[in-house]
Design a protein around this ligand. Structure first.
Ligand SMILES: Cc1ncc(COP(=O)(O)O)c(C=O)c1O
Length: 323
């Protein structure tokens, strides 16, 4: 990880190396946190944050599921994110807001533990590598299943859920795949360890529905919007394993993974093994907007003004600890 200068921690920008927690913090033991993964892309020398409002909204939604009242308003969190990127002088970066239960009591019941919020920004390249984005990756179906709806809340981006993702990606890499495809507990296709999935068959797109134990990806929503704009049919529906093997095109979406084509599933080559026409069309629109080559007509981008590389990390002005 490439370190940056500061991290926003409970309302203040503090030096990166000082953003630490006690080992007996609740979240260290029980997965009681919620987080976001966001990206900013450089457009004309400025950082353009993708989906700022949507990501902050999902953070609050995830916290709500855990009865975790953030001591900040959404506007304060949005400001904190902009301040972090600006103070670090980043124009192109990954952004990681993390809310978690801190240190007070060791029991599982979390109510006595304070809710804390940290926001970090740092450079991070293509999740599946530039080659993956351009030429596609090989994936395999995982032996692990996504959590059942009455076990963990899959729609919330809760830290504890990522034990599942971690097991999936570790298994996939050990088997020589770039990513694992996870089925839900009923056997339907759900998602990757950190990506949503899309399939193209006979010119139409299919993607697992929200009820299939997926995270409601911001990028998934953007791709659906682009499809509608391009006149492409998208169906949010249940998908079985063999539909993957016989599709014409497949790709994964995510803030980190962006739009990554899939060239094979369980060693079944899809199409001619190269990114398909519709995948490339969607990549062209998506990256076109993010890199400023196409107009931001859906309002995805928030620009951070006058990114600086100055010395002293100022305390984020006016960010108070609200009840
Ligand atoms: C499990 C999981 N599914 C899907 C996604 C894609 O979501 P988004 O497009 O909001 O980054 C992510 C990434 O955050 C993820 O962790």
């Amino acid at each position: 990880m490439q370190e940056a200068k500061t991290i926003w921690f409970n309302g203040s920008l503090i030096p990166w190396k000082d953003a630490n927690v006690h080992v007996l913090s609740h979240a260290m033991h029980y997965g009681s946190g919620a987080f976001e993964g966001m990206r900013a892309y450089e457009i004309d020398g400025r950082a353009a944050i993708v989906g700022l409002d949507a990501h902050v909204q999902r953070l609050f939604d995830s916290c709500r599921v855990l009865y975790m009242d953030l001591p900040f308003t959404p506007e304060q969190v949005r400001t904190g994110i902009r301040d972090t990127v600006q103070n670090n002088g980043h124009t192109s970066c990954y952004i990681r807001p993390l809310a978690f239960r801190g240190y007070a009591e060791i029991g599982v019941m979390p109510d006595a533990c304070p809710v804390e919020l940290a926001i970090a920004s740092f450079p991070w390249g293509a999740y599946h590598g530039t080659d993956g984005v351009e030429n596609g990756v090989d994936v395999g179906v995982s032996s692990w299943r996504r959590m059942a709806p009455d076990t963990h809340p899959a729609m919330a981006k809760i830290t504890g859920n990522y034990v599942n993702s971690m097991l999936v990606v570790m298994e996939a890499k050990r088997h020589g795949y770039a990513e694992g495809i996870v089925l839900d507990t009923a056997g339907y296709v759900s998602e990757g360890s950190g990506e949503n999935l899309f399939f193209v068959k006979d010119g139409a797109l299919l993607t697992p529905a929200l009820g299939d134990s997926i995270l409601p990806g911001i990028t998934r929503g953007y791709v659906i919007d682009l499809c509608k704009e391009l006149g492409l049919e998208v169906r949010e529906t249940r998908i079985v394993r063999e539909m993957m093997y016989n599709c014409d095109e497949m790709f994964m979406t995510g803030t980190a993974a962006e739009i990554t084509p899939v060239r094979s599933v369980d060693r079944h080559t899809l199409g001619d093994g190269k990114p398909g026409k519709i995948t490339k069309q969607l990549q062209d629109e998506y990256f076109g907007i993010l890199h400023g080559r196409k107009s931001d007509r859906h309002g995805w981008l928030t620009f951070v003004e006058s990114a600086q590389t100055g010395e002293a990390p100022p305390v984020s002005a006016g960010v108070g600890q609200e009840g």
